[in-house]
Write a protein that binds this ligand. Structure first.
Ligand code: FE2
Ligand code: FE2
Length: 426
């Protein structure tokens, strides 16, 4: 049976087995059968919904005939027609002014891009598109050799656990922006950058998966590690708890308490989750890369880090804009608790991934760098430094990813990016 891809709805000519479907096209293309189908039958149910009658019939007779037949039998319970409401007569509307726009609680037209009120958001989108790559662009052959022949057990431990943490974190980041944050924005130029960010988080997940596959790690074990390692799990659970405050669909951003929760959640996401935990999270791999090992993974992470710097900078700018427009002042004790919680989780995580130092990188380096970067994010957020006196324990970290001009990203344009190909720093 061959599907006609030019016209997938056309019934293909059945093979010579003589089977003729006894139901019509309309019966098969039901919207949603009101029957429960278990997991093993789910794919069959989907197939019935999207395939032609003859294709479905073939599938049913060879795999799960009962499931597809139950789906078809359920068709009469679905309302066959739903009349659209009548269109309203056209009335010219007032032009949109940029003054109508706000980050949240705005009254502009979410489908109308210009006039811009936040041209910097559009610039973020344009710049993000200059850092386009896929993990397939980067040669991982030497990494395969390094992992199996050159890394010490302690270095393999670091490598695997950094991947295990990042894989879960980036899916969480994708869901937070796509499901919790983006829908609350009321200016399209903000949503457009966030749409790009959602894609980039998915691309990052692909990158980790590509590293795991090419190195030949046990996928099931790596992906389940955050479930069984308390120090990794604690960071994910902390992030889940903080971000769930913004994931509530009943949140009312005109309510001051809800608004405070949302701003706290977004502050955690941009300032800590992306701005510290991701930014500093790559550094153990960069330490290996600086010694000439796992260079492919290092380069992959440099591309990701460029994205994450933009994500953190954008998020911080949005938070500040909301606080200004909505006249929000964050509770100082709540902010202090947020930093302390994040630091405690990071200390435990760093002790787990680095029970003993590797050459050029220690648990103390990781912890101190977290405190140093946290101060930077706090300054960008317009807040007091949470860890005064913290030292730049990894002075090569910004340079490693050519982010020495990071502070410029906050207010000005990124000019160093390029599209695809090998990275050129400076
Ligand atoms: Fe990411
Ligand atoms: Fe991100």
């Amino acid at each position: 049976m061959t599907l006609n891809w030019d016209n997938p709805l056309a019934a293909p000519v059945p093979r010579t087995n003589g089977y003729q479907p006894t139901f019509s096209l309309d019966e098969v293309f039901v919207e949603e059968p009101t029957v429960e189908v278990d997991e093993s039958e789910l794919s069959a149910k989907t197939q019935v919904a999207i395939k032609s009658p003859a294709e479905s019939a073939t599938f049913a007779t060879t795999v799960t005939e009962a499931a597809s037949h139950r789906a078809v039998e359920a068709a009469p319970t679905v309302s066959p027609t739903r009349q659209p409401s009548a269109p309203e007569p056209f009335k010219p509307q007032q032009p949109i002014s940029s003054a109508d726009k706000r980050v949240i609680n705005g009254s502009g037209d979410i489908n109308q891009l210009a006039p811009f009120k936040y041209p910097w958001a559009w610039e973020f989108f344009l710049n993000a598109n200059k850092n386009h790559w896929t993990p397939l662009d980067i040669n991982m052959a030497q990494d395969v050799h390094d992992y199996h022949h050159n890394l010490s057990p302690a270095e393999r431990h670091v490598y695997e656990n950094v991947l295990a943490y990042l894989t879960t974190s980036d899916i969480l980041a994708m869901r937070n922006i796509g499901l919790a944050v983006m829908e609350k924005m009321t200016a399209p130029e903000l949503q457009i950058y966030q749409a790009r960010q959602v894609y980039e988080e998915a691309l990052h997940t692909w990158t980790y998966q590509h590293c795991i596959e090419t190195i030949g790690l046990d996928q099931v074990e790596i992906y389940n590690r955050y479930r069984v390692v308390p120090e990794i799990n604690a960071k994910i659970q902390l992030a889940n708890r903080r971000l769930n405050d913004a994931l509530r669909h009943d949140i009312d951003l005109k309510n001051r308490d809800d608004l405070h929760s949302f701003v706290m959640s977004y502050t955690f996401f941009a300032g800590i989750f992306e701005g510290c935990w991701f930014y500093n999270g790559f550094s153990p791999i960069f330490a290996l890369q600086r010694r000439g090992m796992m260079k492919g993974t290092g380069e992959q992470f440099q591309y990701i880090m460029r994205d994450e710097v933009l994500h953190a900078s954008f998020g911080i700018r949005v938070v500040r804009q909301i606080m200004q427009e909505e006249n929000v002042t964050l509770d100082p004790q709540a902010v202090r608790d947020m930093w302390d919680e994040a630091e405690a989780a990071e200390i435990n995580y760093s002790k787990y991934i680095l029970p003993t130092p590797i050459l050029g990188y220690s648990q103390q380096d990781h912890h101190e760098q977290f405190r140093f970067i946290a101060n930077r994010r706090a300054r960008q957020l317009g807040m007091a430094e949470p860890f005064p006196g913290a030292q730049n324990a990894l002075p090569w970290l910004d340079e490693q990813s050519n982010m020495r001009k990071e502070k410029n990203f906050f207010e000005t344009r990124v000019t160093e990016y390029q599209t695809g190909g090998a990275l050129k720093w400076d």
